[in-house]
Design a protein around this ligand. Sequence first.
Ligand code: SF4
Length: 445
Amino acid sequence: MTKSPPSSSGAAFDFPRARAALLKWFDANGRVFPWREDPTPYRVWISEIMLQQTTTQTVVGYFERFIRRFPDAAALARASEEETLKYWEGLGYYRRAKMLRAAAIEIAAKHNGAFPSDYASALALPGIGRYAAGAILSFGFDKRFPILEANTTRLHARLLGLRAETTLAESQRVLWQFAEDWLPRESARREPNVYRKLNGALTDLGRLVCSPDEPNCGACPLANWCEAERLGLQAVTPVLKKKADPIRRTDAALWISRADLPGAALVAETPGAAKRTDARQTDVLLVRRPQGALWAGLWDFPRFPVAEPFANAHELSRDAALADYLQYFLETEAGAPGRDYRAGAVLTTVRHAVTKYRVALRVARLAGAAPAANRAPSLFDALESEPAPPVLARSAAQGPEVARPREVPRQGDKLRWVPLESLESLPLSSPGRRVARFIAGAVGK
Ligand code: SF4
């Protein structure tokens, strides 16, 4: 017999009746998704990874496109990282796509191309944690594994009347145990698909009825067994860890055309791009984000931090630290000597959120070659006299060593001239994509 969980009332939780009520509700109200209609382990795996940090509404389109291109683990294992990222572009948290591909390679090599059906092997795959392993095994194989994500955490915390913060170790133990108790033991199983249905029903009920701010207890099939409903605790449980306030910052993204930067010795050509001289003048400089950076592996426009507060967006060209970063980048990473480049006037601002930051991304063209004498003294000038470690091997033609401005963000592990018409085919960071579309609009492409 299933062990009853602790509750603030001390009453036993009536799982048999609660399960029956939940499944009846699910039959009438469960959500329909492509990965539920045909729940193969591969499809469930792809959907579960996509659904981490992303809403179901957003995921559906991405999922169908991804599955069309990569119908099984073998197809995904054969794909390049760049192509995988291209199919992930816009979903965010790009490490998930890299882990997915790494796991596909492992599945092809060690599991004959089939997602493993045992917990230990699933958990050993890149990007698979306790939640994902349980979700794939229950939804994909109908095995008895519990799941606990945001919706079920909230639902279970309310059903139990849990008043402790849900991320505490003891809370997690109680919640995982409760999630498991919902699933009848194999010996008591009366019908097929019961595990995938129960986990799906709990998730959907948490999402559709037991919502964060206004749980619809009047329509809830579990209201009879709910401690939060009995004690009126809906507004105080679950107790969530307080999120830190977002930090506002300003960055600059530079639109640099080949015509703006002749002789950039370290910038590569786009393979196979047309070689017409007139078209090449409009090629734009993109960097591939380095490992360990945000959007690692994706392409982006060179971007730099800007001093705050920024009273007037049109004063970007007067930001001395930005001029230093830009100068340093052009000289050391792009191989374009010269000390008079700066950011031009702001053309547009792309606002976006990333991790804890709310970013105003000022987009400007590269303005060139103002006489050095006209520039205000800058950090770069001050640092020139300080000894600094060399960061790139320099040829004699490149001139003397350049001091590295403090905290200069490294731009990329590759730099490339990209024809405007090729921007759509490269995987770009989401703000980079918005900048690319702005540029395409500005030049009428
Ligand atoms: S009764 Fe209300 S608080 Fe309790 S599980 Fe249902 S919706 Fe959530």
